[in-house]
Design a protein. Structure first.
Length: 146
């Protein structure tokens, strides 16, 4: 394992074993997730962001919770915040093509075209990505003019 991969594995382990991580059960947090997702679908993005933020406090490595928080930030046009959330997500889950694509899209909207291009190209290269993720990454790359 590379030094970076080991550092990320150690970080994940440390975050997953904090006392805060044990404060709520997975079932409790899934119930909050269902509420947050419902509020998000109703267009109440600020309230949903608060709920997703709560979830990330207690399960900071959970990809769904981070994606929910990033989505709220994105639709509120807080692109730098969304890019930060997605960057953390990609660090934790580097093989998640959807996360890499979301990060690239947020980077693009912050004006960081160089890193956006790299992220979107990476999203296309990752195996196991959905067709929707590939299509989105390709379309965003086309906007950048490759």
């Amino acid at each position: 394992m590379t030094t970076t991969a080991q550092a990320v594995a150690d970080l994940k382990s440390g975050l997953e074993n904090t006392s805060a991580a044990k404060r709520f059960s997975d079932a409790d947090l899934e119930a909050v997730y269902a509420l947050a997702y419902g509020v998000y679908k109703q267009g109440q993005y600020e309230k949903a962001a608060s709920q997703f933020g709560f979830l990330t406090l207690y399960r900071p490595t959970n990809a769904r919770f981070l994606k929910g928080l990033g989505a709220c930030q994105f639709v509120q046009r807080a692109y730098a915040q969304a890019a930060g959330t997605y960057s953390f997500l990609v660090m934790l889950h580097p093989e998640d093509a959807e996360a890499v694509c979301l990060w690239g899209h947020a980077l693009l909207l912050t004006g960081d075209k160089t890193r956006a291009r790299l992220a979107l190209a990476r999203a296309i290269e990752l195996p196991g990505a959905s067709e929707a993720t590939h299509a989105r990454a390709k379309a965003l790359l086309a906007l950048l003019g490759r």
